[in-house]
Structure formats: C-alpha cells, structure tokens
Design a protein around this ligand. Structure first.
Ligand code: F6P
Length: 550
C-alpha cells in the first residue's frame, strides 16, 4: 500500500464497512449477543500456550471479527510483522530494525541485521549475565571489602526500570529471599535516599541500566550512588569496580563514567528501550530469580513470538486483541483501556504496559509524517483487583465512559502461601469472575424492581452493563507465563501501530521536555534569566525560588 492511501485509513472501504456495521449493531446488548449465540462463551476463546483468552464478552459478532481481519489484511499487518521478524528497519524515523524478538530466540536461530546473524551475540551476553548472576547469588562475587553482596540496586528509568521492576514484583515467589533488590528511577533524591538508607555499602551492588547512558535522571542518580558508596567505603575509587556494573549500548559513556567495560553487559540499537527488559536490562531480575528461571521467562516470550508469527489471523491472539482495541477506539470513541490483574504480584504490570503502549502508540502523525485523523493509542491504566473495585470500578460500571478492560487471573496462587491464605484465592477469583459478569450483563430495572427496591432508587441501582472485557486466565504466574503475557501485549501494540500506520518504535514526544528542563534548571539554581521563558513559567519559577528561600 502506498503512503498516499495509508494516510487515508478512515477512507478505506474496509474501514467504512466497519463503520456501517457499527451503525447496524447500534445499541445491541451483550445480553442479546449471548441469547442469539449461547455458544460464544466457549467459541469466542483462544488457547495460546498457557493462556486461556476469552473474548466472548466483547461487542462483536462473527461479522465484526471478519471485517476487522479484513482491515488488518488491507493495512498490511502481517507483512509488517514479517518485516520486523526479518530484521528490516521498520522503525523508519530512527532507521532501525526492531528485533526484541531476537532477544529470546533459541541459540540455533538465525536473525540477521545488515547481513549479520545477531543471535550468537545475544546468547553471549545471556551467558555472561548468567555467569555474573551465579557469582553474585553464590557469594563468589564479593564487594570491595570482601563482604558478600546482599543488596542489588538497579538505577534506570523508563524501559531501563519498569520491566525489571515489574517482573521482580511479579516473580517474587521465585526470588532468592536473602537478597534485597530495589529499583531507583526518579531524579527526586528521595528515591535513592530511601533505597539505600538502610543498606551497607560494602554489601551493595549498583546496576546502572541505561541504553544510551546519557539519560539525565539515571546518570545523576548513578553519580550520587557512587558518592554514597565511596563515602561509605573510605573513598578508594577502586571500590567502584566491585560495586558498579552497567547495562548499556554505549561502551564509551560507560567507560567515561568510570565503570570497567569488563563489567558492562551490552545490547544493541535494534532493541527499543521499552522492549529491552529481556536483554541485559533484565540483569537485576536474573540475579533475583536465577539464570534458569530467566531462561524460562525468555522461552515464554519466544512461544508467544512464534504464535504471533505463525498463527492464522482468526487464531492469532495479539492480532485479535489489537483489532478489538481499534474497534472500540474508532467506533465507540473509547479513550482508555483498563488492565486489571487479579494478582498482587502483578502490581506493577499496568505501569509497565503504560510505557509499552503509550510511548509506542501515542502518536498523531503517520509513518510518512502526515497527520492522522483517527484515534491512536488509548490511555492505559489500572491496578490489581480487588483494590480497584473499591475505588474506581464504580465509574466503569455506571459512569458515562466506555472503558474496555482486560482481566488477568490465575487458577492457583504461587506455591508458598500458607493454607489459610491459599484458601483466599477462591474469594479473589470469585470477584474476578463476578466483575466481568456484572460489567457485561448488568442488572436491569426490572430485576431491581423485582427485589422490592423503592421506585426512586431504581435508576441508581440499575446497571446498564454492556461493558466489554477480555478475560485472560492461566494456571499459575510462572516466569514462562509472565513472558507469554508481556509478549502478547508487545505484539498487540504492534498490530495497532501497523493498522494506524504509525511508527510504534520511536518516542520523539519525550524530547522537548528534556531540552526545556535543561534550559530551566539555571533559572532555578542561579536565578539566571533564561531567554525564551514564557510569562507563565517565568512567574512560576519566581514563586519557586521564593519558596525555596533563594
Ligand atoms: O522516555 C524516553 C526514553 O528514551 C525511553 O524510551 C527509555 O526507556 C528511557 O528514556 C530510558 O532511556 P535509557 O535506557 O537510554 O536511559
């Protein structure tokens, strides 16, 4: 498809057919869809690896799904997917390949970038990470004074923080509990202060994670961490080599910072920051869960990659979830998408997905730079159930907004719960199933009246329902299942970006704020007259300086 026709996604016959179909669907309720086709409860499901994916509670029929697949076909989703897996430079604005899938390819796979097979280098780094993790976990790698490393502090931000931080929480049950693992990302000094205040520098390893090794937050925190360490260990610079390692693509900057290149774990420019957590960026996680569990995680990712690459469109889970999101954004004006894990261990999962989805698809020009006039990425939000039920679910149930939601749950809690707590799992999951039922089918005014509710309260106690949800159910939250889940969302985001014809792999939108922050800083610290400061910001800076006592 040429650039001219791609800019007119919403003038494609396939798009218009979906619009017409949406009109025909009108106010059709999920109750009617289930009455017409009771089999959809089992028919509208997919089994992918360990994931059971139920999409029966969506406002779709066979016709909707067929039309959505036609849209995917005409917009070249499969072709772009194949180009990604082949290592073509589909990140057009940065002229880069997009090959996070190579990070979890088996050792005998061949994936070429500019004619070179990158898989051996991937496995070389993995082996180096495994060797280092083994040394830290066994106590063989000691600190400068000879003490065993008991604390690991990852300093990074965005993709160099959210992935390992999320996965560390998710896989806590698999971690070595004798290690304290913390994540520092915020340039607010309080973050590092709280992370290290009760730690012994002699027992602390800092992992400086930064693809570029130029990110101001990370370099500032790393510099402060080095000062803290040296202050605690008598000031001998030689201590840095035992207490600092780097995860980066930029050996030059790592060396300039003072980290021994031998203690650097590399990756490549074809790994996007938000897609990097299964690269060297996962080192903190590997130390916590061990190399074997980390490899299980990678095999989970790879299984989903293979599914996405090879499954027919009607059986392809990322394709399906991506298209459903497009359906609601374009034809129901849904502005946001909730991800609601019914697992305490997935407490950071939605935060991780926020970067994955919103940094990838928060775009308003297409791949050729033309403005798009259709909805792109949604606002992604959510926290673990059941907490959300007692906070914001009211709005999902009875508010005025359409909020499609993913419910993620597990049949079994992870092993180590004592019997009484293990038994709570059924209550947790009863809530999980009850919520999607209530959201889909609601409660009619007649049903409310039949309960003898006073007429004045009937409208308040009525639930319209018809709120679409996906249910993702797995046996247990293992490393492999986590890998499958993350890759599912990575590829869902890919599908959406492909249909919308946007570059899901750049992030120019974060640049302006970075540049302005550098410009504003001297105004705060020195009261410098910063040229080009707008009147509002100038006034705010003056108030800040006064409050700061300057
Ligand atoms: O927020 C912009 C961004 O470039 C993200 O894409 C990235 O994950 C993050 O900053 C951190 O970048 P780096 O790993 O280079 O420090």
């Amino acid at each position: 498809m040429n650039a001219e026709s791609r800019t007119r996604l919403n003038r494609l016959p396939e798009w218009n057919a979906l619009g017409k179909h949406r009109e025909e669907l009108g106010q059709t309720h999920l109750r009617e869809l289930f009455e017409t086709d009771p089999g959809r409860g089992t028919g509208y499901t997919l089994r992918v690896g360990d994931l059971h994916i139920d999409y029966s509670k969506h406002l779709v029929t066979d016709e909707t799904l067929a039309l959505l697949r036609e849209l995917a076909a005409v917009t070249g989703v499969a072709e772009l997917r194949d180009a990604m897996f082949r290592g073509e430079k589909i990140n057009v604005t940065e002229d880069r390949a997009v090959l996070h899938t190579a990070l979890r390819a088996p050792a005998d796979a061949v994936v070429e970038v500019d004619g070179e097979n990158v898989v051996p280098a991937v496995h070389e780094v993995l082996d180096k990470m495994a060797a280092f993790s083994g040394q830290v976990r066994s106590g063989e790698w000691t600190g400068f004074t000879g003490k065993r490393i008991k604390n690991v502090v990852n300093i990074g931000i965005g993709g160099s923080d959210l992935g390992p931080a999320m996965a560390y929480e998710a896989l806590r049950a698999f971690t070595d509990r004798s290690l304290t693992v913390r994540f520092v990302s915020n340039v607010d000094g309080a973050d590092l202060h709280e992370a290290v205040r009760d730690l012994d520098p002699a027992e602390t390893l800092f992992i400086i994670a930064s693809k570029t090794f130029t990110t101001i937050e990370t370099i500032t925190n790393a510099t402060s961490a080095r000062q803290w360490l040296l202050a605690g260990l008598g000031g001998d610079q030689a201590a840095v080599a035992r207490h600092f390692v780097a995860l980066s693509t930029n050996a030059e900057k790592v060396t300039a910072f003072g980290i021994d290149p031998a203690n650097m774990f590399g990756f490549w420019d074809w790994v996007g920051g938000r897609y990097s957590f299964d690269s060297a960026i996962g080192l903190s996680l590997m130390i916590a869960i061990g190399p074997d569990a980390f490899r299980e995680l990678l095999s989970g990712f790879h299984a989903m990659d293979e599914h996405f690459r090879t499954a027919a469109p009607e059986d392809n889970a990322p394709m399906l979830l991506g298209l459903l999101g497009i359906w609601y954004g374009a034809f129901f004006d849904a502005q946001s998408h909730a991800v609601l894990p019914y697992s305490h261990y997935l407490s950071r999962f939605t935060a991780y997905l926020q970067q994955l989805d919103m940094e990838s698809n928060g775009k308003s020009v297409d791949r050729d730079g033309n403005p798009v006039d259709w909805q792109t990425g949604p606002v992604v939000w959510g926290t673990p159930g059941t907490n959300g039920q007692h906070a914001y679910y009211q709005l999902i149930h009875q508010g005025t907004k359409m909020i499609p939601a993913d419910f993620i749950g597990f049949a079994r809690p992870v092993a180590e719960l004592e019997p009484a707590l293990e038994a709570q799992h059924d209550l947790l999951m009863a809530n999980f199933f009850a919520q999607t039922q209530a959201l889909a089918f609601g409660k009619t005014a007649e049903e409310v009246r039949a309960e003898g509710v006073a007429e004045a309260l009937v409208p308040h106690k009525t639930f319209h329902g018809n709120h679409p949800t996906t249910t993702i159910l797995a046996g247990e939250l293992t490393p492999s299942v986590l890998g499958q889940l993350i890759a599912l969302y990575e590829h869902k985001v890919f599908v959406q970006g492909a249909v919308w014809n946007i570059d899901s792999f750049d992030q120019w939108g974060v640049e302006l704020g970075k540049v302005l922050a550098k410009r504003v800083e001297p105004a705060l610290t020195e009261g410098a007259d910063v040229p080009g400061l707008d009147p509002s910001t100038r006034a705010l800076v003056a108030v800040y300086r006064k409050l700061r006592g300057r």
